[in-house]
Design a protein around this ligand. Structure first.
Ligand code: ADP
Length: 569
């Protein structure tokens, strides 16, 4: 604006100077021309008066008078006979000059006594003004001046005039710049934060009031937006799900901490960056692009920490247009693992059930179609009975596991459990089995009170104790112990039996895993006992582990938080 005002003022000053210059020249020229014409007339009148006065003189004296006049002035003086013959000219040889009778001024003077004309002189070739006067003796006196006289005067005035104009233009430019600066300075230094505090031209006052109103409106909007942003951040930062808000170009508008963590990116400010900066997964980027086109999409992926993520990409609409999209990232690892283990469990259960059922079906078929010898029937029936027994144990374990699966830690009701009594009770229950296997059970119990479900804890110790007897030698020992360190209580079942190979000990808590296949053939089992123990320990907020040396024996330890009532809350 400043430049424009300055330029306009400068141009105006220059234009004014040029117009003034041209006008001054034109007016001066016109005035000088008029002055020259008047002067010529005056001279003609004077010379005519002189000639008439010396009319009595002879022609030589007349000539001498004419010559004297011609020399004393710049004007040209011509004397013409009534027939048009030029008898004297102050600037030229009159004998060379043509007859002047037809000249306009001569004609006018012959007819009216005085004549004038302005034209290019045939003799001089210059624009000339003529005045002719009829003398009493019939002769015509003509006095003329060329416009050169005028232009010469003007040319002399041009240089100083130009100088003045240049000075005026320079001054005008300086003045224009100074005035523009003065005019614009208050506008440039306007305090727009507090528009009403400005003391400036009253013409700008309505604008300042408008700015003030808009400032207030803007401030309100900003406060509202800031408030909403804080609210949104508070919500999203406490979310365990990741949330990413993208604009139409897939640039990040907002991303919460959970999203950065789940997508495995380094923590930094991602605002304005592309989604690629957050995660390079091509399919995710494609799904987000599809959401921008208005289609809800989903994507499953595994992050660097092997977590299973499910990502929902939803378009965000405004004014019937897709403005961007929101990605909601959910960690479904637990759900995924549970689904996977359920699938495996179903497959394993079917397989495990099939084996005894196939035997039962085979023996029953042989008996029913008479293929079995009467003496073998009792043996076959015994085998059917054994397989059915195995089947019952298996189904029983499966039911127990399913029931445990259904229970969530929060829903379990805990009570105080006297572990010493519990161990003694298990020892008593296992007595017959131990004697049958020729294994001794030793209870080394302290008075420890745990918090839990007595029936479940007993079931777990029974399983461990049963294994300790089952996977033992004749004459072997089993020790049942309880102890407490700090807030943790420990239940230990130790044996000096066959032990577990290192590779197997990592898997024995998995469902249907049986350590040594050669054993499983000889020793009956379902491969579910330790899974049940593990499940029970976890439901109590604890865990189970094993330390074992092949051929030497094993120690199974269940650790449970003593104040397990917290789990109950
Ligand atoms: P099972 O019904 O086969 O006993 P478990 O889940 O109770 O199933 O045990 C899984 C496997 O762990 C067993 O097959 C066995 O090989 C091994 N195992 C468990 N307890 C012991 C132990 N005390 N000594 C040696 N091996 C054991």
């Amino acid at each position: 604006m400043k430049k424009r005002i300055n330029l306009c003022m400068c141009l105006l000053a220059i234009a004014t100077c040029i117009v003034t210059f041209v006008a001054t020249l034109t007016i001066s020229y016109q005035a000088a021309l008029a002055r020259m014409e008047t002067e010529t007339m005056r001279q003609a009148a004077l010379v005519a008066a002189g000639l008439e006065h010396i009319d009595a003189l002879d022609s030589d004296e007349q000539k001498a008078y004419m010559q004297a006049i011609g020399k004393s002035d710049r004007s040209r003086v011509t004397l013409i006979e009534p027939d048009g013959t030029v008898i004297y000219d102050s600037n030229y040889d009159h004998s060379q000059m043509e007859n002047h009778l037809e000249r306009q001024e001569v004609q006018e003077a012959t007819n009216n006594g005085t004549g004038e004309a302005s034209r290019t002189s045939a003799t001089l070739g210059q624009q000339t003004y003529y005045v002719a006067k009829l003398l009493d003796n019939g002769q015509i006196l003509r006095v003329s001046n060329t416009t050169d006289l005028v232009t010469d005067d003007l040319q002399r005035a041009i240089a100083p005039l130009l100088l003045i104009i240049i000075v005026v233009i320079a001054f005008s430019i300086w003045l224009a710049t100074y005035l523009t600066n003065r005019l614009v300075r208050p506008i440039n230094t306007l305090k727009l934060d507090n528009p009403l505090e400005n003391d400036i031209y009253e013409e700008i006052s309505p604008l300042l009031h408008k700015i003030h109103t808009q400032n207030e409106e803007l401030q309100k909007q900003m406060d509202k937006m800031r408030h909403q942003k804080v609210e949104l951040e508070a919500i999203t930062s406490n979310m365990s799900e990741g949330m990413v808000i993208l604009d139409k170009e897939l640039r990040i508008l907002s991303v919460n901490q959970a999203a950065i963590r789940l997508l495995g990116a380094a923590f930094q400010d991602f605002a304005g960056q592309s989604l690629i900066a957050l995660n390079r997964d091509q399919v995710l980027n494609r799904r987000a692009s599809e959401a921008i086109k208005g289609r809800k999409t989903e994507h499953r992926m595994e992050n660097q920490n092997d977590r299973q993520l499910q990502i929902f990409c939803n378009p965000v609409r405004g004014d019937n247009q897709v403005r961007g999209c929101v990605l909601l990232i959910v960690d479904i690892s637990e759900k995924y693992a549970a689904e996977k283990s359920r699938r495996e469990f179903t497959a394993n259960v079917s397989h495990e059930l099939k084996t005894p059922l196939t035997s039962i079906s085979g023996y029953a078929e042989m008996i029913s179609n008479g293929m079995a010898q009467p003496k073998d029937v009792a043996g076959f029936a015994e085998k059917i009975h054994t397989e059915a027994g195995r089947l019952l144990v298996l189904v029983d374990d499966i039911i127990k596991l399913s029931q445990l699966d259904e229970k969530a830690p929060m829903t379990v009701q805990f009570e105080k459990v006297d572990l010493k009594k519990l161990l003694e009770s298990v020892s008593l229950q296992m007595k017959d089995y131990a004697e049958k296997k020729q294994v001794k059970i030793h209870v080394k119990a302290e008075d420890v009170i745990a918090s839990g479900v007595p029936r479940m804890l007993e079931e777990a110790v029974q399983n461990l104790c049963s294994n300790a007897i089952k996977y033992n030698h004749v004459g072997g020992n089993v020790w049942l112990r309880d102890t407490k360190h700090g807030d943790i209580v420990y239940l230990e079942v130790e044996d000096d039996g066959i032990g577990i190979a290192k590779d197997d000990s990592e898997h024995i808590f998995e469902r249907f895993y049986r350590a040594d296949k050669s054993h499983s053939k000889n020793i009956e089992g379902t491969g579910l006992g330790l899974s049940i123990v593990k499940h029970i320990a976890e439901l109590h907020g604890g865990s189970v582990g094993v330390q074992s040396y092949e051929g030497k024996g094993s120690v199974f330890t269940m650790s449970l938080p003593q104040n397990a009532s917290t789990v109950d809350e």
